[in-house]
Design a protein around this ligand. Sequence first.
Ligand code: XMP
Length: 504
Amino acid sequence: MNELVLVLDFGGQYKELIARAVRNCGVYSAIEPGSISAGEIKARNPIGIIMTGGPDSVYLPLSPRCDGDVWSLGIPVLGICYGMQMMCHMLGGEITPGAAGEYGRVVVSPSAPSALLGADAPFPALMSHGDIVSRLPEGFAATSSTPCCPAASCEHAGRRLYGTQFHPESAHTQSKVIRNFLFDICGARGDYKLDDYIATATERIRQKAGEERVLLALSGGVDSSVCAALLAKALPGRLTCIFVDHGFMRQGEGDEIERAFASRKLRFIRVNAADRFLDRLKGVTDPEDKRKRIGEEFIKVFEEQAAALGNIPVFAQGTIYPDIVESGGKYGATIKSHHNVGGLPERLNFKEIIEPLSGLFKDEVRRLGKKLGLPASLYARQPFPGPGLAIRVMGEVTRDKLDVLRRADAIMREEIDKSGKKPHQYFAVLTDTRSVGVKGDGRTYDRVVALRAVTTNDFMTCEYAPLPHKTLRAISSRITSELPSVSRVVYDITSKPPSTVEWE
Ligand code: XMP
C-alpha cells in the first residue's frame, strides 16, 4: 500500500491540480468530498490531509464544513484558501470580508520561521480571495502576510495544522509549500512511482479477471490504447480488442493503431465499417443528429462483433481518475457519456468490468503509455472527438468531403509539427461554404477550409493559438495547391466561450 494524502474538496476549481502536485512529489493522493467523516478518514490511514479552496464565505450559514473531529485526529492538515479560512473559523478564529480582494499574483512576505514555507525571502504567489482571517484561533501564529492580508499563511505547529491563503498548487506560486508539507511535516517517504503502479495494477487485473477472457473497445485514443497495452501485459493472450473503424479517422490513423498493437500479445479485430457509418449519415446535417447516429451505429457494430466472438465475460474500459472525480465519485461502472460506447456494458451483460486506469490522471496515463512502449503518436496524442472527422465536415458527410478534409488536416499538422511549437489542439475543418477564387487562367467556385488551433489548460475554456504567420502561410499555400477543390483557407480566431473547440 502506498502512503496516501487525502485532498478534501470544498468546491475549489484546483482540486485536481492539488492532487497532481502531490503525486508529482511521489506521494499518492485521492480526492474526497469535503463532507467525508473523520472515521472514514481514519480508516484510510492518510499521512496528511489537504483541504481545497472553494467559492463560499465561511461565515455564511450554508457554507461547507468538514467533520469537526478532523482537527484532532493527529493527522497533519494543510488548508488552502477556503480550507484555511474554514480551519480558522471552526477553531475559534474570525473571518471577515477584506478591505479589498486579492486576485492574481501577489508578493507574500514571510514574517516568522515556518517549516511549511521554508523561506524567509518574499515570493510571488497566486491569490484569489475576498475574505481574510482577521483573528487567528488560539495557539495559531501568522507566518507570512501581504499588504491586504495579515495572515497569508498560519500554523499551529504543535497540532500540525497549517494554512495558506495563497494557492501553493498554482504554477504562479513560487514556493515549496506542498513539498515541505509532505516531506517535512507529514514525514512522507515518496513511495509512489508509476513503475509500481504497473506492478500493482497487473496484480489487480489478474485477480479480477481470474481465468476469463477480456474484451476491450479500442478507439485508439490515449486512454483505451494505454488500457489495452496494460491489459495485454497483465493477461497475455487473453485480451480481445475490437477497434471499430468508422471511417472518420485522420490520415493513416487506423493503420497506425493497428500497427501499434500488432506485436502485442492480444487479439486485435479491426472492423472496417466506413460504408455503414456513411450510409447512416446520408442526408444528415444536424451536428447532434450526427453524433447520435454515430453512437448508435457504433454500439450495433460492437454488439455484432462481440456476439460473433462468443461469450467473453469480462469487459474493460479506459476510465481515468478525472472521469470519476467529475461525476462526484459515484461513477461506478457506467461509461463516460461522451464516449461513443455509452451503454455497452449494461447491454452486453458482463460478469465483471475492469477499469485499470481509474486511479490515474491524464498526464500519468500518457507517462504509463510511454513506459509500456506505445508510440508517441498514441500516448502523446491530442484529443480527438469520438465521432471523428464527421463533426469537422460541416453539413452532410460524404466520402469525397472526408478525403479533402483528411488531406487538409494532415498538411496543417505536418506544418505545425515542423514549426516546433505545438498548441494543445489543432486541426482543419471543412466548411460547407463555397467561395470564388482564381487558379491558372480560370475562375473557381470552390471549398473553404478553416484552420483551428487552441491553447487551453482543461478544454473547458480556450484561447485561439496565435500561430506564426509564416506557418499559416505555408499551410494555406500547400492546401490550395495540393487540393484542387479548395479555393480559400481561413483561420478561426475565436476563444471558448463564446465558441467551442470543435465546430459542431
Ligand atoms: P468542445 O467542442 O466541446 O470540445 O469545446 C472540448 C474538447 O472535447 C473534445 N470533444 C469530444 N471528445 N467525444 C469526445 O471524446 C466528443 O463527442 C467530443 N466533442 C468534443 C474536443 O476535441 C475538445 O478537445
